[in-house]
Design a protein around this ligand. Structure first.
Ligand SMILES: O=C(O)CCC(=O)C(=O)O
Ligand SMILES: [Fe+2]
Length: 398
């Protein structure tokens, strides 16, 4: 069944897209990428769970209402899933594996639109009404996970199709909330043990970011997702080690190690003079900038002038040698992460000062979410459930 838009689709979808484009890893099918909530916790970004809370709650209520449940539903899985060019799935039901039998219902919320953001990717019910659904941002499709709702998704032929996908169970032992709350509590304890408390992201192991069409090819052909995401926006990572201490032999050992370390961002022949703690930090800030660029341009509050230096020939070579290993198939990266939208919102007029302002705004945003998370977590723990706590004295994020 196709349901109309849920809560303010534009705001939620852009924020979730920002999260996905800065945090996703290789997914469960070819040309599919995913961001799970447990992955956000594992990469020291648990505060990014916060933007999911109210939409997740809404979708659960809608499912209970829509399927006329007389029992409580549990969210079994929550994930941001993107399908790139070449991805598709044939006729199937969502409980078609022995380990998926607990799945009762599915809710797929579209975070972008067919025709505008991607081509192909239509959703089909084998015998349903409507038989075919063209995804529109904010729309939600709900169906039972069993064989009454055999469905498929046509191959994506251009752009990137992004969804927020939830499965529900009536079996409390598959409740995602209690698992997440225990992970959150653990990660909170760990972070409180450190001073100062850090909300800077920490990359997962490099193989989770390695995309390749042929795992067996030697030398490995493909790309690092983080590098590819930065590349399609016109940027490159520049290893922070400006003394040139690392040798090429270190690089060929495991060049992706460098993406765990401090680095900078370069654009064309310029290097932005800001040290990020690692690739994930840089990627989050960059995606934040693209999400907020229009607002940043409109407000121009601070006259933050980012320090920009010209790239020297040797630095440029260094970038290129790293790039040749971590993005050795840049055409594939461009195909997989190309965005077809010609929406001017997507292509801000570039300005290093705006970018500088985005660095500060990202810190603000992150801090605020972090505080909200901490306040909510005690309620979540006592209810063993993740829900929006009406918090007094906290400004609304608008
Ligand atoms: O994204 C969709 O429209 C449906 C995806 C799907 O069928 C699945 O992930 O099982
Ligand atoms: Fe499915």
């Amino acid at each position: 069944e196709l349901l109309g838009p849920v809560a303010n689709p534009n705001w939620v979808s852009q924020e979730l897209e920002f999260i996905h484009k800065s945090c996703s890893t290789v997914g469960y099918r070819p040309n599919v990428f995913s961001t799970t909530l447990s992955h956000l916790i594992a990469t020291n970004s648990s505060h990014l769970i916060f933007p999911f809370v109210s939409i997740r709650e809404r979708l659960k209520e809608k499912a209970e209402e829509f399927f006329g449940c007389e029992y409580e539903l549990f969210v079994e899985f929550t994930g941001l899933i993107s399908w790139s060019r070449g991805a598709s799935i044939g006729w199937h039901s969502d409980d078609n594996r022995s380990y998926l039998k607990q799945r009762e219902f599915a809710a797929v919320c579209y975070l972008n639109s067919h025709g505008k953001d991607f081509k192909g990717g239509l959703f089909n019910f084998q015998d349903g009404d409507p038989a075919t659904i063209a995804p529109v941002v904010g729309d939600v499709v709900m169906y039972t996970a069993d064989t009454r709702n055999i469905h498929s998704v046509d191959e994506i032929t251009d752009g990137e199709r992004i969804t927020l996908t939830l499965w529900f169970s009536r079996d409390g032992s598959h409740d995602e909330d209690s698992k997440l709350i225990s992970l959150l509590s653990q990660s909170l304890l760990n972070s409180l043990a450190k001073e100062p408390v850090s909300y800077l992201p920490l990359p997962a192991s490099s193989n989770m970011y390695w995309f390749s069409l042929d795992q067996a090819s030697q030398p490995p052909s493909g790309f690092d997702i983080r590098w590819a995401r930065v590349h399609v926006l016109g940027y490159a990572f520049c290893s922070f080690d400006d003394k040139g201490d690392y040798s090429m032999s270190d690089l060929s050992n495991d060049p992706s190690e460098l993406l765990m370390k401090p680095l900078q961002l370069a654009r064309e022949d310029e290097l932005f003079d800001k040290e990020f703690v690692n690739s994930l930090h840089a990627l989050q800030v960059l995606q934040f900038y693209f999400w907020k660029a229009t607002q940043l341009q409109a407000t121009k509050v601070e006259t933050a002038t980012g320090n920009v230096v010209r790239l020297s020939e040797s630095l440029r070579e260094k970038i290129n040698s790293l790039k040749s290993m971590l993005l050795n198939d840049h055409q594939l990266a461009e195909t997989v992460f190309s965005h077809m939208s010609c929406d001017p919102f997507r292509q801000p007029t570039f300005d290093w000062a705006d970018f500088s302002a985005a660095v500060a705004a990202w810190e603000d945003y992150t801090c605020k979410l972090h505080k909200e998370m901490l306040l909510s977590l005690s309620y979540w723990r006592s209810h063993q459930s993740i829900f929006s706590v009406p918090l007094l004295g906290i400004e609304k994020r608008t």
